[in-house]
Design a binder for this molecule. Structure first.
Ligand code: GLC
Length: 440
């Protein structure tokens, strides 16, 4: 009897200790993965049910997401991923996630994060810290593009896995612009866009993204950097009110208010601009690498086989591409974290990135994939020096946990400059003053 009592009390203590370990306490992310919560495995490790995962990302104009999910589901019969398409405007997408995650919703398991969000999402506690999965499964982070890795690293921890990298590029119609006529400078682009507006049935000369949203910030970063300006300097000081940045803003305004862009260019995001381009409405477009794949998609495009790619034109200081890209993260409130990680691992690993590159024209964050022949056959410009240089030298947007505030200041003042409500000088001065107030 005594022995039984002793056994029971030991058991009791053990149970208490286990409860203390896995539950309660603070809600820090490192505890979320310590138990097996959310997996469908029974005690013998055999799966007895199919786990449904919801994967959210912006609207996909290519076949990449469909192919990724199809392949993953085929390889994982016990996990079935469903796609939830979110607004393609990255700011609207951001706000939709923030609303859900603030409400601690478990509806979405995996989501793609824009390169400018991880610090904010990590600090707000929306996403799961991934280091323990990365270490457990031996993922070699040094094989990834280090810029992309560090964009998803905050406070020394990894919050998302780099999925693809973006850099702004100039796409042109090879049936209108000869290879030796590709403009080298912004002034040459302006001349050529004017001269070729109307050629081969085009309506415009140039397409860009000038709506008041994140894409406008990317276009502006490119103009500003190509004239030698910066928004923040290397030590994080706000330096946007400089003669160089003002030159860049002036050139952006000159292009966006010209008569060779659509009259409603201030409503254009990537979707409006790529649609006009693949419908054959312009000899030039500034866009991200996916544009190539889409423009050569027989089912979507009227300009298949007539597309060339070049670095963006130079200002006084050279050519500059904005650094963009997306990374995959796990909702901290997901009820299927283990399965969510399996999907993230697949999507951002070599096999998943290859599917995204071939079917979506997305540039891999695993540099070794730039040697893959099938990827190069689908995206011949990936091997070009100009493209690799653009990736290497791509200019980051300011890194800040309150990035949405920073971006809003830039967006509002740039839009006012395009609308003629502020001169480029006034816009730069306003941005500098307002940014200084919110930079943490
Ligand atoms: C692309 C980029 C992203 C950027 C967005 C702006 O999706 O990858 O980083 O914020 O465009 O529209």
């Amino acid at each position: 009897m005594k022995a039984k009592l002793w056994f029971l009390s030991i058991l009791f203590i053990l149970v208490l200790a286990l409860v203390g370990c896995s539950g309660g306490g603070d809600d820090s992310s490192s505890e979320d993965t310590s138990s097996d919560e959310g997996t469908s495995e029974n005690n013998e490790g055999e799966s007895d049910e199919v786990v449904k995962l919801t994967y959210a990302r912006g609207q996909d104009s290519t076949q990449a997401s469909e192919k990724l999910i199809e392949e993953f589901n085929k390889q994982h019969p016990n996990i079935q991923v469903e796609l939830r398409e979110m607004p393609s405007d990255t700011g609207q997408q951001h706000d939709a996630y923030v609303t859900q995650l603030n409400a601690e919703s478990a509806e979405i398991d995996v989501m793609d994060l824009d390169v400018v969000w991880p610090a904010e999402f990590a600090q707000a506690g929306y996403v799961l810290e991934l280091d323990r999965f990365i270490q457990r499964d031996g993922i070699e982070m040094d094989k990834y593009n280090q810029g992309a890795v560090s964009a998803a690293n905050f406070n020394g921890k990894q919050w998302a896995m780099p999925k693809f990298i973006d850099a702004g590029m100039l796409f042109y119609r090879t049936d209108i612009i000869g290879e030796d006529q590709v403009p080298q400078t912004w002034d040459e682009l302006i001349e050529s866009a004017k001269a070729n507006k109307g050629a081969e049935g085009t309506e415009f000369g140039y397409l860009m993204q000038a709506k008041q949203y994140e894409g406008l910030v990317c276009n502006a970063v490119e103009f500003i950097a190509s004239y030698g300006g910066q928004i923040l300097d290397e030590s994080g000081e706000v330096v946007v009110n400089s003669p160089e940045a003002i030159k860049g803003i002036s050139k952006l305004v000159e292009v966006a208010t010209s008569d060779f862009v659509p009259g409603n260019i201030n409503t254009f995001t990537e979707v409006e601009s790529h649609t006009a381009f693949i419908e054959g409405q312009s000899p030039y477009i500034r866009n991200w690498p996916y544009q190539w794949n889409l423009a050569n998609d027989e089912n979507e495009s009227e300009i298949v086989g007539n597309v060339g790619v070049a670095p963006l034109p130079e200002g006084d200081a050279g050519s500059a591409a904005a650094l963009g890209g997306w990374m995959s993260a796990i909702n901290k409130y997901s009820e299927h974290k283990e399965e969510a990680w399996e999907f993230v691992k697949f999507m951002t690993g070599p096999e998943g990135q290859k599917i995204s590159a071939i079917y979506g024209g997305l540039a891999p964050t695993l540099p070794e994939l730039f040697e893959d022949q099938e990827i190069l056959d689908a995206n011949p410009f990936f091997k070009e020096e100009g493209f690799q240089n653009a990736l290497d030298a791509a200019v980051s947007r300011p890194v800040a946990p309150n990035y949405p505030e920073v971006s809003e200041i830039l967006q509002i003042n740039l839009s006012k400059a395009i609308a003629g409500e502020l001169s480029p000088e006034e816009a730069a001065a306003a941005m500098e003053e307002q940014l200084k107030n919110v930079m943490q």
